[in-house]
Design a binder for this molecule. Structure first.
Ligand code: AHR
Length: 654
């Protein structure tokens, strides 16, 4: 009896295994090399939202360094005899500065303190460059200040003296070295002599910036961006391109040239959401277009600047009177043309000269330009057309990107796509911030797109869970959706998750790809999805099918595959959003002869509880895990975990 039971059990088990193995027979047709994956396919969207630039990627630690915020001393505490002045400053576009004078008593002090961006993050044993423009006023005798770093308990922990020697405006600098870590320090400046003394553009940077540059970027954040291996870098947004009104649109011309003389701009995100109000959020343009082009170059990404089309943010401005009349777009169009000259022109051209003087005589080789952000209605194409005419006439090689509006479907979207075709833009920017299920339902979105029109730029997207957390579910649904982008690489040429960065103490919008505080940063599960795609983009699409159809959600499975002709790899991206493990048998048709009998295959997997998140305190809850398994000739048996995203890398170089 026992024997019969054992026999039956074995049959059931084997039958089960065979049934499971036969259930999902995926075929990758390696003989059918498909569309080229554009080098721009997986990229980065950057906007100064959530303290993304000032207070974030831009490594300046002093807030309101030029005393130009509307409340001129916002971010500063002054004590003793400090006067705000605006006559005779060194920078015409930033006229305000402070005069420090004798306090009136030997035991009283004059000076000022800066609170930084939610505190100043200081690392142990790190060095910081304090710099200031100063002049001794009226008297010719040198004046002395003491610069201190103060911890959260109000104790100075580093201090240096600096002499201001000249009656003419000059820049002075001194290096501070911190003996300890302090996430929320204050910068204090004491007048040590009698004064008076004038100070302007008071700045503090870590010396250890990205690439060691002065006026540089926060190293850990820039490194995290570069680690994505992005093929595209879109900037400077987002809605800040449009501005709440035209006055406050992002004006790239104000963002270049000497940093001290770049004027302040409002940051619309300071008041966009009344429930997340940040009255101290402004744009110094310290990280301007030059620095952004440079970052793109550092990362090996194609720069994609986007300019205003003559429309202020349409969410906030109803009616033609808020925008530039169509007949008066001249300056705006000239801004776009000048931008191309700034990026690509020879140093003998007026704007090429500006770039060269900033330190980059070689062109940035810009190939793309976006005209308008999230625009809609007839007011958009009528303006866009004028830009297209002018750019095509002068720079026919530049690819122009138009917008499909803020929605991924519906009236505006359906109006704009035919308009974009009519205007023959090269790419159309689509935006979708949608629930996780939308991303699953839309994995086949591009399978039926018109192949004859402009290409697609998925310019802003993110899976928005009801909690708005960067949880694993949002990442997994994005990964699943992205198999559809990849499968349709013949028409989808670019994709950028948005937004990119968020300060944990100063965010307006979530989810975001990378979170940070003053000293730390954390890569979200969504980041790892982007990174896996960015590093394993391949060169051409290969069809991967189950029962002769692409995997777009059958049994919870989504898949795409590519060949990397340079690395000689076949790469399969596979997500399983079901609660069951899936045993897959994957056959690489056409590689029978090229593959060894046994060979190792790398499988990188991301899997976790659906609500799992990475946090600053716990940054490694969801991490890609790499494992190796054996493959027999051209056939791979692979079991994928429930709720997992997997990248299979098969080397066929032998
Ligand atoms: O990414 C945040 C915002 O979302 C962008 O600024 C805007 O383009 C979109 O509405």
């Amino acid at each position: 009896m026992k024997r019969i039971y054992l026999f039956l059990t074995m049959i059931c088990l084997c039958g089960g295994i065979i049934a499971q193995q036969n259930q999902y027979e995926l075929v990758v047709n390696t003989k059918k090399t498909g569309a080229e994956i554009q080098p721009t396919m997986y990229g980065i969207f950057f906007e100064d939202i959530n303290f993304g630039a000032d207070g974030g990627l831009y490594a300046e630690l002093v807030k309101n360094r030029s005393f130009e915020f509307p409340q001129k001393l916002m971010g500063w505490n002054i004590f003793g005899n400090v006067e705000l002045r605006s006559e005779g400053g060194p920078f015409e576009r930033n006229p305000h500065y402070v005069r420090l004078s004798y306090s009136g008593h030997a035991h009283k002090h004059t000076g000022l303190e800066n609170e930084g961006f939610r505190g100043i993050g200081i690392k142990k044993n790190a060095t910081y460059r304090f710099s200031v423009w100063g002049r001794t006023s009226s008297s010719s005798s040198p004046q002395k200040i003491r610069i201190e770093l103060i911890d959260a308990e109000n104790n100075p922990f580093e201090s240096k003296e600096l002499e201001i020697t000249s009656g003419e405006w000059k820049q002075y600098e001194i290096i501070l070295t911190s003996p300890k870590e302090e996430p929320k320090a204050t910068l204090r400046i004491f007048l040590l002599s009698e004064g008076p003394l004038d100070l302007e553009h008071i700045s503090l940077f870590p010396t250890d910036t990205w690439k060691g540059r002065k006026n540089g970027l926060r190293k850990d954040l820039a490194e995290a961006l570069s680690d994505l291996n992005p093929g595209l870098f879109r900037f400077p947004g987002g809605c800040i391109i449009e501005g709440t009104d035209l006055e406050t649109r992002y004006d790239w011309k104000k963002s270049v040239g000497p940093v001290e003389n770049r004027p302040l701009n409002e940051n619309r995100w300071h008041y966009t959401f009344a429930h997340r109000l940040f009255p101290d959020y402004f744009q110094t343009y310290g990280m301007g277009f030059y620095e952004l082009f440079l970052l793109a170059e550092d990362m090996g990404a194609e720069p994609l600047p986007v300019v205003n089309v003559g429309l202020a943010c349409q969410y906030q401005n109803d009616g033609e009177h808020c925008h530039v009349p169509v007949g008066e777009l001249g300056d705006y169009i000239q801004d776009a043309l000048d931008l191309i000259e700034f990026a690509n022109g020879s140093p003998t051209t007026p704007w090429g000269k500006v770039r060269a003087e900033m330190g980059h005589p070689e062109p940035f080789n810009m190939k793309f330009i976006g005209i308008g952000n999230e625009q809609w209605g007839p007011e958009y194409p009528v303006r866009l057309e004028k830009f297209i005419e002018a750019i095509r006439a002068q720079y026919p090689e530049i690819k122009i990107i138009g917008s499909a509006g803020p929605q991924a479907e519906g009236k505006d979207f359906e109006y704009l796509w035919p308009e974009m075709k009519r205007l023959k833009v090269d790419l159309v920017d689509e935006h979708y911030y949608r629930p996780p299920q939308w991303f699953l339902d839309n994995a086949a979105r591009y399978d039926s797109y018109d192949r004859n029109g402009p290409k697609v730029f998925a310019g802003e997207y993110a899976s928005h869970h009801t909690t708005r957390a960067n949880n694993f579910e949002s990442a997994l649904t994005e990964a699943s959706f992205m198999t559809g982008l990849e499968r349709n690489a013949d028409i989808v040429h670019m994709a950028t998750y948005a937004p990119l960065l968020a300060h944990v103490d100063a965010w307006q919008w979530r989810p975001d790809l990378i979170w940070f505080d003053n000293l730390r940063m954390v890569r979200t599960p969504n980041y790892y999805v982007q990174q896996l795609y960015g590093h394993h983009a391949g060169t051409n699409v290969l069809p991967i099918t189950w029962n002769n159809a692409p995997l777009t959600g059958q049994e919870g499975l989504y898949a795409s595959s590519v060949i990397d002709k340079n690395k000689k790899e076949i790469i399969i991206k596979l997500s399983n959003v079901s609660e069951e493990e899936r045993a897959l048998s994957i056959r690489l048709d056409g590689l029978e002869k090229k593959m060894q009998l046994h060979q190792q295959v790398e499988v990188i997997s991301l899997s976790a509880e659906m609500d799992a998140v990475n946090s600053l305190d716990n940054p490694a809850v969801v991490l890609p895990q790499s494992a190796y398994q054996s493959m027999q000739r051209n056939s791979l048996q692979l079991t994928v975990a429930p709720n997992s995203f997997n990248v299979v890398i098969i080397d066929y170089s032998n």
